[in-house]
Design a protein around this ligand. Structure first.
Ligand SMILES: [Zn+2]
Length: 208
């Protein structure tokens, strides 16, 4: 028997969904790539194992790490981090990880709770929390907005933070991680310029 509790919670979070979807759009092209399957670890016993919560963090980590780590993403494409309820497989992955990368600022409350209990002796890092968040009003309280990746400059800071975590995990791969991160952040900068050009088409012109 399986019960999808997430469905019933979802209806209570229309605002979240809109905020998330809207901000996400900016980096949709680079951040959402469902092509690589999870490598669940059977073949790579000597590589350090990294677990990333969101698909964005997983994609960025894959871009920086190349083949040097075993990488597992917990959230599947399309899953809503705000209401996601961890499954037993997630606990297992976290317990086996050498490094757990999560967004933080309570983007993924279910997974963060699990990480706090199951990853006590594991290395964990809140990638999103390297960014100073905007505040937003949530149920009458000011809370940090966890959607910190919708700006290319901030995405670059997060990619560089992932690079530094991977270097700490596997120092002998420093050069490869550094090169990969530099190439990836260049792509993000190109994307950023492209977005600016697109946006300018919609702004009123002062030339006339
Ligand atoms: Zn969201």
């Amino acid at each position: 028997m399986s019960v999808t509790k997430g469905q019933s919670f979802r209806q209570g979070f229309p605002g979240w969904t809109i905020i998330c979807g809207g901000l996400f759009f900016g980096l949709w092209l680079s951040g959402c790539n469902a092509q690589h399957p999870d490598r669940d670890g059977s073949a790579a016993p000597d590589k350090p194992k990294v677990v990333a919560t969101s698909t964005i963090l997983k994609d960025w980590t894959a871009a920086v790490a190349g083949d040097e780590i075993e990488l597992v993403g917990l959230l599947q494409p399309g899953a809503d981090p705000h209401v996601y309820e961890p499954v037993p497989r997630d606990t297992l992955q976290i317990e086996q990880a050498d490094l757990i990368l999560y967004n933080g600022y309570n983007l993924e409350p279910g997974l963060i709770k699990l990480i706090q209990s199951a990853a006590r002796d594991r290395k964990t890092f809140a990638v999103g929390e390297v960014i100073r968040p905007l505040d937003y009003d949530y149920k009458g309280k000011r809370e940090p907005d966890p959607h910190v990746w919708g700006d290319a400059e901030q995405a670059i800071q997060m990619v560089n933070a992932i690079r530094d975590q991977l270097i700490a995990l596997s120092p002998e791969d420093r050069e490869e991680f550094t090169t990969n991160a530099a190439q990836y952040t260049q792509k993000l900068q190109t994307l950023d310029r492209w977005i600016l050009v697109q946006l300018k088409q919609f702004l009123p012109s002062n030339d006339s």
